[in-house]
Ligand binder design. Structure first.
Ligand SMILES: Cc1cc2nc3c(=O)[nH]c(=O)nc-3n(C[C@H](O)[C@H](O)[C@H](O)COP(=O)(O)OP(=O)(O)OC[C@H]3O[C@@H](n4cnc5c(N)ncnc54)[C@H](O)[C@@H]3O)c2cc1C
Length: 382
C-alpha cells in the first residue's frame, strides 16, 4: 500500500486523541507550536470512566486553555458539590471547599476538547493507527522523527505518546520500566434516573466499590471497581444493597463498558524528543477520580517543556504531579483491602467531618500542601 510522507515536520505529533492527547494539543498550539494529532479511532471516542471531573480537574483544564463551564451551555451536565462515602454502617460526607466539580458524559467531554482543538487549528488524522516510529540517529538529532501509520508517514520534532495504558510509544521509546501498585477491574453503567444528590457517592462493599456520578438531570453514571471480573452490574449490586435499592426502578441506558484500572508509576516518562502523557505515563486507581486531573496538569507541563526545548523539565514536573495522587490512591486501596480499617475510617469521618473535609481538600489540591508544589507556569501566545 502506498503511504504518503509529509514533507514539512510539525513541532509536535501526538499519538492518541483521548483527553490527555487533546489537552496536550490545546496547550501546545496555544504556545505557538504546530500540532498533529493521530488516533486509530474516529470521534466521538467513548471509554469506561466514572465521568466525574473534580474541581481540580476543571482548574487544570482552565490552565490548559479550556473554560469548561463556558462551553457547557451546549450540553447537559451536572454540578458536583462534594464526596460521600457509604458502607454497611456509616455515611461520611464532605463538600468541596470552593468551586463545584462537574459530572459529564465522556463523549461530551471529548467533543468539547475536540471543538476547542479544532478551533485553534490542530490537525487531526483519524483512523490512522500508528504502527512504528523511526528516530533520527544520534549524529542527526536535528532531524525529525518519522511516525508511520497504516495510511501515511508524518514527521515531527517531538512525539507525544498519549496512547493509553498499553502504550506502544512507551515501548518504542524504551520507557517501559514501571512499578505496578494495583490492578483492578472497572465496569461503567449509565442508568436512567433523576440524580438523588449532587455529591459523588462512593459505596464501599466486600467485593469493591461503586461510585455514582450524576451526569444530567435524568442520568447517573456508576463505575464499579473490583479485584475480580465483574460479570454484570447486577452482580456487583448484589454486594451493595443500599445502592441496589436506589437503582431499583432505574432503567439501564446502554451496555456496560469494562476496563482495567492500574496504579502504575513509570521510572521515566521522557527521552530527549519523546514524552508520555495521561494513562500512557502511569496512572492512579480509578476510585481516586483523579485520572483526568493528572492528564490535564501534565498537558500544561509538557507543552511548556516542549516550548522550552527541555523535556527534562517535564520529567521533573510529571514526578511532582503524580506524587500526591499516587499516595492517595494507595491509601484508598488500603481501605479496599482491609474491611476493619475501612469501617473504622468511614466511621471516624462520620464522627469528625472536618477531618474528612481536610483530607478531601488535600486530595483535590485545595490545601497548602498541594499549593506548595506549583507546576510549570503557562505562558501562552493565544
Ligand atoms: C472504570 C474507570 C473509571 C474512571 N473514572 C474516572 C473519573 O471519574 N474521573 C477521572 O478523572 N478519571 C477517571 N478514570 C481515569 C480516566 O478515565 C483516564 O485517566 C483517562 O481516560 C486517560 O485518558 P488518556 O487520554 O490518557 O487515554 P485514553 O482515553 O485511553 O486514550 C488513548 C487514545 O489513544 C489511541 N491509540 C492507542 N494506540 C494508538 C495507536 N497505535 N495509534 C493511534 N492511536 C492510538 C486510542 O484510540 C485512544 O483514543 C477512570 C478510569 C476507569 C478505568
Amino acid at each position: 500500500m502506498h503511504r504518503r510522507t509529509s514533507s514539512i515536520p510539525s513541532d509536535v505529533a501526538i499519538i492518541g486523541a483521548g483527553p490527555a492527547g487533546l489537552a496536550c494539543a490545546i496547550a501546545s498550539i496555544r504556545r505557538g507550536l504546530q500540532v498533529d494529532v493521530i488516533d486509530a479511532m474516529r470521534p466521538p471516542i467513548d471509554k469506561a470512566c466514572g465521568e466525574g471531573l473534580m474541581p481540580d480537574s476543571l482548574q487544570a483544564l482552565a490552565t490548559v486553555g479550556l473554560d469548561l463551564e463556558k462551553e457547557l451551555s451546549r450540553f447537559e451536565t451536572h454540578p458536583l458539590h462534594g464526596i460521600r462515602f457509604l458502607d454497611e454502617t456509616s455515611t461520611a460526607q464532605a463538600a468541596f471547599p470552593a468551586n463545584p466539580g462537574r459530572g459529564i458524559r465522556r463523549t461530551i467531554l471529548h467533543q468539547v476538547l475536540l471543538d476547542r482543538a479544532n478551533s485553534l487549528g490542530v490537525r487531526f488524522h483519524w483512523e490512522n493507527s500508528v504502527q512504528d516510529i523511526s528516530q533520527p540517529s544520534i549524529a542527526k538529532q536535528s532531524e525529525a522523527t518519522l511516525i508511520h501509520t497504516n495510511r501515511q508517514t508524518l514527521r515531527a520534532r517531538y512525539v507525544v505518546g498519549a496512547d493509553g495504558p498499553g502504550s506502544r510509544v512507551a515501548k518504542w521509546a524504551g520507557l517501559t520500566r514501571e512499578v505496578i501498585h494495583s490492578r483492578r477491574i472497572g465496569l461503567r453503567q449509565h442508568y436512567n434516573i433523576a440524580p438523588w444528590t449532587s455529591y459523588v457517592e462512593v459505596y464501599w462493599g466486600p467485593e469493591g466499590q461503586a461510585y455514582v456520578t450524576p451526569i444530567s438531570s435524568t442520568q447517573v453514571c456508576v463505575a464499579f471497581i473490583a479485584n475480580q471480573k465483574i460479570p454484570t452490574p447486577d452482580h456487583a449490586l448484589a454486594h451493595l444493597p443500599a445502592l441496589r435499592q436506589r437503582l431499583a426502578t432505574a432503567k439501564l441506558r446502554d451496555h456496560a463498558r469494562g476496563s482495567i484500572t492500574l496504579g502504575r508509576t513509570l521510572h521515566r516518562v521522557a527521552t530527549t524528543n519523546i514524552a508520555l502523557i495521561g494513562d500512557a505515563s502511569g496512572s492512579v486507581d480509578a476510585v481516586t477520580g483523579e485520572g483526568l486531573a493528572l492528564a490535564f496538569r501534565q498537558a500544561s507541563a509538557l507543552a511548556s517543556a516542549i516550548h522550552g526545548d527541555n523535556l527534562a523539565a517535564y520529567q521533573h514536573a510529571h514526578r511532582r504531579i503524580q506524587r500526591l495522587p499516587t499516595l492517595m490512591s494507595k491509601a484508598l486501596l488500603l481501605m479496599d483491602r482491609h474491611p476493619n480499617f475501612r469501617n473504622k475510617t468511614i466511621s471516624l469521618f462520620e464522627r469528625h467531618p472536618s477531618l474528612f473535609r481536610h483530607l478531601l481538600e488535600i486530595h483535590i489540591g485545595d490545601s497548602p500542601i498541594r499549593r506548595r508544589t506549583p507546576h510549570l507556569q503557562p505562558n501562552y501566545t493565544t
